[in-house]
Write a protein that binds this ligand. Structure first.
Ligand code: BEZ
Length: 256
C-alpha cells in the first residue's frame, strides 16, 4: 500500500472542516495549565495550538514533513515521527488525537506506544473515523479499482473500528475506558473532487497518473445519487468514534 502524503495548503483548502469540527473532543480533553500533553497525528497543528493556548505544554507528533513545517510555523514543539515508531516513556499527563487514528492500521502497536508515553492515571482522549465512516465513498473507491483490474480493498489506508474493536485495543494496552461512543456525523463537503484528491491518494496511487482523473470522476459519478442533493450540496457519510480512557495497568503495554 502506498503511503498517503499530505500537502498543508491542499489540506487547508479541502479539509479545514476536520479541525473546525474538533471542538467536542477538545472539550472532552479539557487541557489544564501546566499539563504535558502529546497530540498524536497533529497535522498542521491548528488544534495543537488551541491546547497550548489553554496553558498546557503540548508536543505534536506527525509523520508528514509538510504538516510538521506548517505546525512549527505556529510556534509549536513538533516531532516528525510515526506513532508506530515513537518511544516515549512516562512523560505525559494526557494524549490527544483528532482525525488521525483511522490512518493507523497497526492499532495495538500505536495504542501500546501511547500507553507507554503516559504517566499512571494519564488520560487518552481521541476522536477518529468510526465503523462505516465514509462507507459510500470507500465502497465506490474500492469497486472502481476492482473494475479496473486492481485489488481495491488492499489499497484502502483506513481502519474504521466499532466501539468494541477499539475497546479491545485500549484494554490490551492497560486502559480503563470511561466513555466510548460511535457518533453518526453527516458532513457537508464543499468540493467532493477536492475531498477525493486530498484523501484518496492511496487508491489513485495504484493507477498510472494519466488514468487517475478519470477514476475519480467515475467514483464521483457513482456516489452522486446517494451523497449529492438537487442543489448540488455534497454530504459525506462520516461517523466518529470518540473516547476517553485512563491508564491503569502500567505493565500491559509491555506484554505484547
Ligand atoms: C477524516 O479526516 O476524518 C477522514 C479522512 C478520510 C476518510 C474518512 C475520514
Amino acid at each position: 500500500m502506498t503511503a498517503q502524503t499530505w500537502n498543508a495548503a491542499g489540506y487547508d483548502k479541502n479539509a479545514r472542516f476536520v479541525t473546525d469540527l474538533g471542538a467536542p473532543v477538545l472539550e472532552l480533553l479539557a487541557p489544564m495549565p501546566g499539563e504535558r500533553i502529546l497530540d498524536v497525528g497533529c497535522g498542521d497543528g491548528v488544534l495543537t495550538k488551541r491546547i497550548s493556548e489553554a496553558g498546557s505544554q503540548v508536543v505534536g507528533l506527525d509523520s508528514s514533513p509538510d504538516f510538521c513545517i506548517a505546525a512549527r510555523r505556529l510556534g509549536l514543539e513538533i516531532l516528525e515521527c510515526n506513532a508506530s515508531d515513537m518511544r516515549f516513556e512516562r512523560q505525559f499527563d494526557a494524549a490527544f488525537s483528532n482525525a488521525a487514528l483511522h490512518w493507523m492500521k497497526d492499532a495495538d502497536r500505536v495504542v501500546g506506544n501511547i500507553a507507554r508515553a503516559l504517566r499512571p492515571d494519564g488520560r487518552f482522549v481521541a476522536e477518529m473515523g468510526g465503523y462505516q465512516c465514509v462507507e459510500t465513498i470507500r465502497n465506490a473507491l474500492v469497486e472502481e479499482l476492482n473494475r479496473r483490474g486492481h485489488d481495491g480493498a488492499s489499497a484502502s489506508p483506513w481502519y474504521f473500528p466499532s466501539p468494541d474493536q477499539y475497546r479491545t485495543h485500549l484494554s490490551r494496552a492497560g486502559f480503563e475506558i470511561r466513555y466510548i461512543e460511535l457518533i453518526p456525523r453527516p458532513t457537508p463537503i464543499p468540493d467532493m473532487m477536492g475531498w477525493l484528491t486530498t484523501f484518496a491518494q492511496c487508491f489513485t496511487a495504484v493507477l498510472p497518473s494519466e488514468e487517475r482523473r478519470d477514476y475519480l470522476e467515475s467514483v464521483q459519478m457513482h456516489i452522486r445519487p446517494r451523497l449529492c442533493d438537487r442543489s448540488g450540496q455534497w454530504t459525506a457519510d462520516y461517523t466518529r468514534l470518540r473516547f476517553w480512557a485512563v491508564l491503569k495497568d502500567l505493565t500491559a503495554a509491555y506484554e505484547h
